[in-house]
Design a protein around this ligand. Sequence first.
Ligand SMILES: Nc1ncnc2c1ncn2[C@@H]1O[C@H](COP(=O)(O)OP(=O)(O)OP(=O)(O)O)[C@@H](O)[C@H]1O
Ligand SMILES: [Mg+2]
Length: 286
Amino acid sequence: MPLKMYKSGESTSPKIKHIIGIAAGKGGVGKSTVTVNLAYALKSMGYKVGVMDTDIYGPSIRKMLPEDRFPEQAGQNIIPALCQGIRMISMAYFRKENEASVVRAPIANGVITQFIKNVDWGDLDYLLIDFPPGTGDIQLTLCQQANLSGAIMVTTPQQVAVMDVRKAMHMFEQVKIPIIGVVENMSYYFHRQTGEELHLFGKGGGKSLADETGVPFLGCIPIDPQLCQSGDTGRSLFAEQEEKSTTVKRFLEISKQVVDHVDLLTENAKSFMKSFELQWKEMPNV
Ligand SMILES: Nc1ncnc2c1ncn2[C@@H]1O[C@H](COP(=O)(O)OP(=O)(O)OP(=O)(O)O)[C@@H](O)[C@H]1O
Ligand SMILES: [Mg+2]
């Protein structure tokens, strides 16, 4: 499908309750895997969910979350794809499968702006935005234009990952976007024969990052070959497993925490607005 460049207008989707960024700064820590599985989890909890893949140069969500219905062009707007009941948009729909996105930064930014302004999501409870790695131009555009309720930070326990995630948290702090919490991915591998948890990438990095920065720790996801496989086949672990695996349970627990923390952030923002209004009314006339 050709992607036409439109003049950016107002958001076509004023009916999205919460927009959440899933970010890390670091590449390969599992942002897209966490995004897709949080989407499945929130959907299984009865919420209306959308996913925006903002990785222009390496979009992977379409593989992980294949479509039942393609996106469509409707006048100036794009109707997102429908993937197992989850609405989704990705650069992967606008180029051939094995074709690289060779575009300069301003074009990539233009595409992101279109994803923000011109996708008609309809009613959504949660729109999850999968951030690309790094803290560059696209990430800043998303922070400034996407009207995020907050961001979920994904890290592995490894110090090298934690270091980059800390930097990305600083970026969100600078643009005044609250951090909903930290998810530690690839926390350990459960060895069935010995019953041991093997900490292949170190231990406790996510929890200590959350404690150090004063944000909630949302939970750990183990290294799970089935999760990896589910990303490759596009088949949801939530649909396939009658008895829920530890991984599925963890995603459900994390989603419940996300729902609670986002509600709290929204309440805090509302009461801040109220107190701000009161202070304003009490200002003497000068
Ligand atoms: N908990 C896990 N257990 C097993 N494999 C995992 C887990 N989390 C992620 N993976 C695998 O690790 C790889 C990287 O994951 P993913 O693509 O989600 O990372 P990312 O942070 O989005 O990467 P990028 O920075 O390239 O966008 C994928 O092959 C994915 O299937
Ligand atoms: Mg990714």
